[in-house]
Design a protein around this ligand. Structure first.
Ligand SMILES: *[C@@H]1O[C@H](CO)[C@@H](O)[C@H](O)[C@H]1NC(C)=O
Ligand SMILES: *[C@@H]1O[C@H](CO)[C@@H](O)[C@H](O)[C@H]1NC(C)=O
Ligand SMILES: *[C@@H]1O[C@H](CO)[C@@H](O)[C@H](O)[C@H]1NC(C)=O
Ligand SMILES: *[C@@H]1O[C@H](CO)[C@@H](O)[C@H](O)[C@H]1NC(C)=O
Ligand SMILES: *[C@@H]1O[C@H](CO)[C@@H](O)[C@H](O)[C@H]1NC(C)=O
Length: 491
């Protein structure tokens, strides 16, 4: 099992029927470790305007930093490339670290890693006021970016420095594997892409900035969860056993209490899976499609994972659409009535107005993609989970997305200014949806549509990945969160 060919791995998996027999190959990971006494590793969030003291002296061994770490996210502030305070911040402070390093203490690998991150932070801060950096294939620019220059510099620093260690423990189908088709396709695509990647992936954990826990929640639901049981126990046990295994075999989990580790999930049970272990949801970077802030999603620490419905495993044939003037429908939605928002949308707009095409089911012979391409605005209400694959479908087809959600953090919102290329509505706006869309002038719509076309590259799925595509943007989101704190070694 595993990936036979190097790059069309995902396609290969997608076309293969899953057999429960594969479960037999699952090596049980039964290592029971308690959380009882956690030695005090220490971790300090920069928040980029941080006042973390930048000494490399280890904390006194008696210090009890576990509670501090558990609550770290409270005082965190993500390194947000939009933050204007950047310029005003006492920017030089954190980066005084290099001279201080000349102290007696021998540098550990970790110290060196942290110096690299400190330099990257400084370079990004500086880039905000600098001239544009040249780039052979893409230079981000325009109002879609909070700060295009800072983003570009951060992206380049990521390419230069960022290293990810992927734990090799665990067997397919649940580990090192994931779906590459369907609305959950990003789980499989990301897992395969990072495992195949020889630029960002390092086999040497000492050189890593982050550690990836390569499990797929969708695969757990398929192979570990007992159907219709509503019992999360087996999924939780799989996650707990895995983390305990890597925490016993390697020093890294204990060193940061999981803060420099990341997991991902596109399944709506992703948050639930992360609740298996307190440090996993409180400290680790969780890359989640279900980026629901009222279910504990923390934008400063967690990453909003775009939900992309890859029906064929590839974006070929799904990308592109006519210009604004060739779109006759004002707004369009078709889809299942689930979750708290869609019933309200259908109640107000199903069969009510020619301009607002809202359907449960499309009439026979009407193409869903055809409708997306004929519409100026595409409605993307949350369903069972806050993310909707419609957002990316709209972006692919050149339709301006209208996000109707609550507590949702859209992907890459620390880099992208969603308001410049999408409309964000709350549930109470549903009755006046038409008025709101009509109040957007044709000129403004054309501008927004053009920007949708410009940011589309950040949502495209390529195999192998291309610069600035969705794989790299997800990785960049993890990189930004990793830049935001420092791990100390108390050895
Ligand atoms: C460490 O902090 C926790 C949480 O505040 C507390 O319950 C525990 O007693 C402390 N342990 C020590 C050794 O101070
Ligand atoms: C930035 O560009 C301007 C005009 O092209 C040039 O005069 C200036 O020297 C550049 N500054 C830097 C720091 O490269
Ligand atoms: C990490 O901590 C756990 C629980 O305290 C302990 O059982 C385990 O041995 C530690 N791992 C390492 C590599 O020291
Ligand atoms: C987001 O989380 C809240 C709190 O658990 C829940 O009430 C709401 O339904 C969730 N939203 C969606 C769309 O699932
Ligand atoms: C980034 O900053 C902008 C402007 O201050 C804010 O609107 C946006 O929500 C922030 N994004 C995150 C992820 O904090």
């Amino acid at each position: 099992m595993g990936c036979s060919s190097r790059w069309n791995c995902c396609a290969w998996w997608g076309s293969e029927a899953f057999s429960t027999l594969k479960l037999l190959f699952l090596v049980p990971l039964i290592v029971v470790v308690g959380f009882a006494s956690v030695k005090g590793p220490s971790l300090c969030r920069w928040g980029f305007i941080a006042d973390c003291s930048v000494s490399f002296t280890p904390l006194p061994s008696s210090s009890n930093s576990s509670s501090q770490i558990l609550h770290q996210s409270k005082e965190t502030e993500v390194f947000n490339v939009s933050k204007p305070e950047f310029n005003l911040a006492p920017v030089n402070k954190p980066d005084e670290s290099h001279p201080r390093l000349k102290q007696k203490r021998k540098f550990s690998f970790l110290d060196r890693t942290e110096v690299v991150l400190a330099q990257a932070r400084a370079a990004i801060r500086e880039a905000r006021n600098r001239n544009r950096t040249l780039d052979s294939d893409y230079v981000p620019t325009g109002p879609m970016y909070w700060n295009a220059k800072a983003f570009h510099r951060s992206y380049l620093e990521m390419e230069k420095q960022f290293k990810v260690f992927v734990y090799e423990e665990g067997e397919t189908p649940v580990f090192h594997n994931g779906p590459c088709k369907s609305i959950y396709s990003m789980e499989g695509n990301f897992i395969h892409a990072i495992e195949m990647n020889d630029h960002f992936r390092t086999k040497d954990p000492k050189k890593a900035h982050v550690f990836f826990l390569p499990f797929s929640v969708v695969m757990m639901v398929r192979f570990v969860y007992e159907r219709d049981s509503r019992d999360f126990g087996p999924i939780k046990k799989t996650v707990i056993d895995y983390v305990n295994l890597i925490a016993t075999r390697y020093p890294y989990w204990n060193r940061s209490l999981g803060a420099d580790h990341f997991m991902l999930a596109c399944h709506d049970w992703g948050p639930e899976a992360s609740f298996s272990l307190p440090y996993l949801h409180k400290n680790s970077i969780r890359v989640l499609c279900n980026a629901n802030t009222s279910e504990g999603f923390k934008p400063a620490k967690d990453v909003s994972f775009p939900e992309i419905n890859l029906q064929t495993g590839s974006i070929n044939g799904f990308v592109g659409g006519p210009s604004a003037s060739k779109r006759s429908i004002l707004a369009f939605f078709a889809g299942g009535v689930h979750g708290p928002i869609r019933p309200i949308l259908l109640e107000h707009w199903e069969n009510k107005d020619e301009d607002i095409q809202v359907h449960k089911y499309l009439p026979k012979g009407v193409s869903y993609y055809g409708m997306l391409r004929k519409s100026k605005f595409c409605l993307c209400p949350s369903g069972y989970e806050v993310a909707s694959p419609r957002v990316v479908e709209a972006i692919y087809t050149g339709c301006v997305p209208v996000l109707i959600s609550e507590h949702y953090v859209p992907p890459f919102s620390d880099v992208l200014n969603w308001k410049s290329f999408s409309v964000e509505l709350s549930v109470k706006d549903i009755p006046i949806l038409k008025d709101i869309l009509m109040s957007i002038s044709p000129r403004q719509h054309i501008r927004m549509q053009r920007r949708v076309g410009q940011i589309r590259r950040h949502f495209e799925v390529h195999s192998p990945p291309k610069r600035f595509d969705v794989f790299h943007m997800i990785l960049h989101s993890v990189w930004l969160r990793r830049l935001n704190f420092r791990v100390r070694d108390d050895q």
